[in-house]
Each structure stands twice: as C-alpha cells, then as structure tokens.
Write a new protein. Structure first.
Length: 221
C-alpha cells in the first residue's frame, strides 16, 4: 500500500531520531569516574576507619589493598585521612591528597604502628625561609598555641593558635607578629612525624609565607 505524504514524513522523523549520538544507550557525553585506594601495612588492632574528603568512610579489617566505595571524576580532589584509629595502634597516611588525573589512584599508603601518636608539642627547627633568615624555630605548646621565631631577629615573628582535627591534621590561625598571615586567615595541613623529623602536606591555605614554611622539613630541637 502506498504511504501518504504525512506518513512518509513521520517515518523519516523516526529514522532520524534513531541516528542521533545522544541515545541513552550510547557512550557520548558519559563522565569517566575513577577510584581512590591504596595499601595498609602494619595493622594488628581492630577498628581502623579511613575517610576520603571527610564523607566516604571505609572500615579496614586487614592489611593489604583497599578501595573507597565512591568514585570521583577526573580533576576532582581527594583527601584520605584516618577517621578512627585502631585499638592500641596509631596509623598515618602518606600520598593521601591530590587531584584525579584521568586514572585510578592506587598509591595511598596507610602505615600502622603500636603505641600512642607522637606529639607535636615541643620545638622544631629549619632554615632558609626567605623573608625569615637563618635558623627558624617552630614551637607548639600543649595549650594549642604556636610561635615561629627566627634566631637572627629580635622578637617572635609569628604567634598563633592551632587545632588538631584528624590524628594527622592541623589548622593554623596566626594572631600577631611581623610575618603573620592576615588576621583570621586559616591554613590546614596534614603532618607526619618520623623519629625527630616533622613534615607537612598542604590541604588548604592561601597565605604564601605559611605555605613556604610548611613546605620545609623540621627537626626536633
């Protein structure tokens, strides 16, 4: 039977719709996502919980590889920390922060050891901070205060307060000093203590002077 003109037009529309690249079954426009994971070593206690970006929790019961449940898009940031320490142990995270670069992240390293976490309290030294010459001493008090003092200058260069979040996170707020950041400007870092050495990893900060100081390696005095 011959088709009417209107019927032929309807058939053409249906055929054209079937040829589009935005079909719900196609891959055009799909967003690639990637997983965050790594390896746990030294775990013997129960109760370890890791978290990514403070929201995606992952309970860890044994050593070996792990992966968080929530994948992230390319260029998204990830930040892995210890949410709950295992019984009788302290775990620290290395390679825990970064941005997705079009591939799964597999190099987050969690290392656990027996005993209490080493303390920041005390004085730590470094040198070569540019605007603060010579040997510089970073001192943390048990009451939540800190100072940065260049031995070659008179007076204390920075005074402020700090708050510990996760077992390996610290947030600074400078309050006074010739080299202090703007009032109320906070900076958050993760830290790692290995023997007598202290290092920091940037989480969020916009104060250039503090970022330069936290990029240094500090030695217990």
């Amino acid at each position: 039977m011959a088709c009417s003109r209107s019927s032929r037009f309807a058939i053409l529309l249906i055929a054209a719709a079937g040829c589009g690249t935005n079909s719900t079954t196609g891959t055009s426009g799909a967003t690639d996502v990637f997983t965050i994971g790594g390896d746990v070593a030294g775990l013997s206690g129960a109760g370890l919980v890791l978290t990514d970006n403070g929201a995606d929790d992952r309970a860890i019961t044994s050593n070996g590889a792990f992966t968080f449940a929530t994948p992230l898009a390319s260029a998204a940031s990830y930040h892995v920390t210890v949410k709950t320490q295992p019984s009788g142990q302290t775990c620290s995270v290395s390679n825990g922060s970064g941005s997705i670069a079009g591939a799964n992240v597999t190099n987050v390293q969690v290392t656990c050891s027996s005993g209490a976490a080493p303390s920041l309290v005390g004085s730590w030294t470094t040198s070569g901070l540019g605007v603060i010459p010579g040997t510089v001493v970073l001192t943390f008090t048990s009451s939540g205060g800190y100072t940065v003092d260049a031995l070659s200058t008179a007076g204390v260069d920075v005074t402020g307060t700090y708050v510990l979040g996760d077992p390996d996170a610290i947030t600074y707020t400078d309050t006074s000093g010739a080299q202090a950041c703007d009032s109320g400007l906070e900076g958050t870092y993760t830290y790692a203590i290995s023997g007598s050495t202290l290092t920091f990893t940037l989480v969020s900060d916009t104060c250039a002077g503090r970022m330069a100081a936290m990029a240094k390696t500090w030695t217990l005095q």
